[in-house]
Design a protein. Structure first.
Length: 119
């Protein structure tokens, strides 16, 4: 599961960097808030990547990654839903939203697996 989470984290960081750049290039209304949001999502992905790469990550980092996973899932589902209700369809919004949901869900599965007591 850790290699999957690491790969999804790296891809999420790349997508967030692209979205961040596009917000400033296109400068649509509210672009500053959008750029801030994807910068935060990238920070969550970085924390998740570090947590996945460490053999024994500290509890605060695991908890931060798990809390960030909930945010990723919410933002991903919201992106997909908003895209399907918009005037015109944007394929990148569905792909990005699905990526955020996939990273968030796999991180929560990993976190739940670490909570189980092994005997």
């Amino acid at each position: 599961m850790r290699p999957l989470i690491a790969a999804l984290s790296v891809f999420t960081i790349v997508v967030c960097a692209w979205l961040f750049t596009m917000y400033f290039v296109l400068q649509h209304p509210g672009y500053q808030q959008g750029a801030l949001l994807v910068a935060g999502l990238a920070a969550i992905a970085v924390a998740t990547l570090i947590s996945a790469l460490l053999t024994h990550p500290p509890m605060w980092l695991r908890a931060s990654a798990a809390a960030g996973a909930v945010v990723l899932i919410y933002v991903g589902v919201t992106m997909i839903s908003a895209n399907h209700h918009a005037m015109h369809f944007e394929g990148y919004a569905d792909i990005s939203g699905a990526l955020f949901v996939a990273l968030g869900a796999s991180t929560l599965v990993q976190a739940a697996g670490r909570l189980t007591v092994r005997t």
